[in-house]
Every structure is written in C-alpha cells, then in structure tokens.
Ligand binder design. Structure first.
Ligand code: 8Y4
Length: 259
C-alpha cells in the first residue's frame, strides 16, 4: 500500500488541477513500482494537526479518488473517519475504507456498511491531538488485541462480513517507543483474531527514536521493519517507499516459496 500525499492547501502552486495531476503522477509511480493499493487521505492524523471540516476533507480527496479510479488499475484506500467522505469516495471508486478511528465516529459504521466495501480497523486511543500524552498500558499486546476484537464484533453486528475486515495495531497511535516495539515483537498474537494484518511504520518516530535519525533518513530502518512484519505474517504494508519495499517483499516471497 503506497501512501499518497495530498498537499494540505489545494490552491497552492498552480491551483487544484495541477495539484490533482501531481497526486495522480505520484500514484502512477507507486503503481509502476509495484503498489497494489494506494492510500489517499485528506485529513492529517499527525499529532497536533489542525481539524479539517468534512466538506474540506471531501474537496481534497474526491477529485484524487475520481482521477485514480479513472486512470489507474489499483485498489484505492481512503484514509477517513468521515461518513460523507466514506459514502462519496465509495461512489467514485474507492475499494477500501482505512479508518484510524475504527468506524467509531458518529455515522461512520453505518456509512461503511452501506458502501459494502472492505474496511481496515486500526487501534488508537483518544484523538491524534492528545493520543501521545503519556499513553499507558498494563499489557499493550493484549489490550490492542481486545480493542480490535471488540471493533471487529461491532462491525460484524452492524452488517460488515468478517471476510471484509483487515486489522492494524496502529503503530505510533497512542503508544510510546516501548509499546511500539513490544507490539511489533508480538504482532503474531494478533493473528489469533483470524484476519489479515496491515502494518504502517514507514518513516515513523519509532524508527527515528531507535536510530536517532530525522524523517528523511529512516528508509533502512523502515525496510528492516517491513521484512520483520512480513515474516511475522503481515499481509499489507503501508509505506512511502514502494519500490524499495517491493524488493523486500519479493525477496521474502522467493524464499518462502522455495522447496
Ligand atoms: C513520518 C511519516 C512520521 C508518517 C509519521 C507518519 C497509519 C494509517 C497513518 C497506520 C493505517 C503516519 C492513515 C500516520 N498511519 N493507517 N494512517 N495504519 N491503517 N505518520 O499505521 O503515517 S498516518
């Protein structure tokens, strides 16, 4: 899964059509590099990010989803928690709802059910603005697993077939470095929930903290984690550096399919 950056101000640098074409070219390059999903998000979930209205979020995301759906052969994942964005992007060709709030926002679960699309449920506590304020767990692995299990049950009860659910531990969301590393080490415990796992660690601060490196020097750290996640059975890797990660994935696949 390649991460598509949408520039926050869609009217900067030559207007929104230029912005849309830039996003489309970025998506195209990731597909050429081997991405089979493109994750499109219009609301920053970084700690301390400004809240975006649902209209503004839709104005950012809809033209991009529409363009990718028209031009490229790839599954479009929409990173959103907003009912109107779920409904409209599904109509425009989205193939997966990637919600860091696990469809807990008012109306989001009903909207997702109505689209009949697959969903990715991710563990987070609180909101991006406050989630990093001293997160504590007795046992992070058990607590993340039971959260995901409860959200999965709520989705199934609301009418989402269990086969359409992907689970994600939510690295960096309401977790300190020790939490992230424990969760990574024991990721296999989440397989007991019986659904494919998505892992997103690309360029994140858990790499920065271990290696003491800024965000533009975290590629090798990310590739090490990509390899470890795959070996532990993760099925989808959410990454910025698609070509490099695809080499890792293909190499592991070659070894795993050997006699
Ligand atoms: C540098 C680059 C530092 C990126 C931090 C970040 C996930 C996700 C995000 C994830 C799923 C991010 C939307 C945070 N992370 N969705 N979204 N799983 N499913 N931060 O781990 O990339 S945004």
């Amino acid at each position: 899964m390649g991460i598509l950056n949408i520039t926050p101000d869609s009217f900067s640098d030559g207007g929104r059509f230029a912005q849309r074409d830039l996003a489309l070219r970025h998506a195209e390059a990731m597909v050429a590099a081997g991405a089979t999903l493109i994750d499109v998000g219009g609301e920053s979930t970084r700690p301390g990010a400004r809240a975006v209205s649902s209209t503004e979020e839709l104005e950012r995301v809809a033209p991009i989803v529409e363009a990718i759906s028209r031009e490229l052969d790839v599954v479009i994942s929409v990173d959103t928690s907003t009912p109107a964005v779920i409904l409209e992007t599904a109509r425009l060709g989205a193939g997966l709802i990637n919600d860091v709030r696990s469809l807990r926002r008012e109306g989001a679960l009903q909207a997702a059910v109505a689209t009949r699309l697959p969903v990715c449920l991710m563990h987070m506590r609180g909101e991006p603005t406050d989630m990093q304020d001293d997160p504590r767990y007795d046992d992070v692995v058990t607590e993340v697993a039971s959260f995901l299990s409860e959200r999965m049950d709520a989705c199934v009860a609301a009418g989402i077939p269990v086969e359409k659910i992907v689970l994600d531990p939510g690295f960096g969301f309401a977790k300190n470095l020790d939490h992230n590393l424990s969760l990574f080490k024991h990721m296999e415990a989440l397989h007991a929930l019986g659904r494919p796992l998505l892992v997103g660690v690309s360029r994140k601060s858990m790499i920065g903290k271990v290696l003491n490196k800024p965000v533009d020097q975290r590629l090798y750290g990310a590739l090490a984690l990509a390899a470890m996640a795959m070996v532990q059975g993760a099925k989808i890797l959410r990454v910025h550096d698609v070509a490099e990660t695809v080499d890792v994935v293909r190499m592991i696949a070659a070894v795993e399919s050997a006699k």
